[in-house]
Design a binder for this molecule. Structure first.
Ligand code: NI
Length: 137
């Protein structure tokens, strides 16, 4: 960590009380750590708004593996984006449903494109994509 600079900010008491209640609920040890995280999150949001930015991501899919051809289509999509895939984890949830977590890296737009193509396949019932800055903030 680089040198720390101290800053003072002015807040309305009501806003500060809400902030303190929130960070206490979340378990922050102090306001400084909470404010640092807020700033990092906002900077990351700005960074990821550039779709050519480098990022890491987790795509989560829940799908019915009985649907003909779906598993092969998902595998094909991953092979065609092989350079970006770091790892995948497959969990058999019950007789029908599988959870697949695909961890990958690449440009924001490439990650979103792959996630969109997987999500739109027939048989994929739920999906989430969580994209984060690969370089921190
Ligand atoms: Ni399975």
């Amino acid at each position: 960590m680089s040198k720390i600079e101290r800053v003072g900010i002015s807040l309305e008491p009501e806003l500060l009380a809400k902030f303190d209640a929130l960070i206490e609920k979340q378990g922050y040890p102090n306001r400084s750590e909470a404010v640092r995280d807020l700033i990092r999150a906002r900077l990351e949001q700005e960074y990821l708004a550039d779709t050519s930015a480098d990022a890491v991501a987790a795509i989560l899919l829940i799908y019915d593996h009985h649907l003909t051809g779906l598993t092969a289509k998902l595998t094909h999509l991953q092979h065609s984006h092989l350079l970006h895939i770091i790892t995948t984890t497959h969990v058999h949830l019950d007789h029908h449903n599988c959870l697949e977590v695909i961890i990958l890296k690449g440009k924001v737009k490439e990650i979103q494109s792959l996630a969109d193509r997987m999500t739109s396949l027939k048989g994929v019932e739920l999906s989430r994509v969580n994209i984060m800055s690969a370089v921190g903030a």
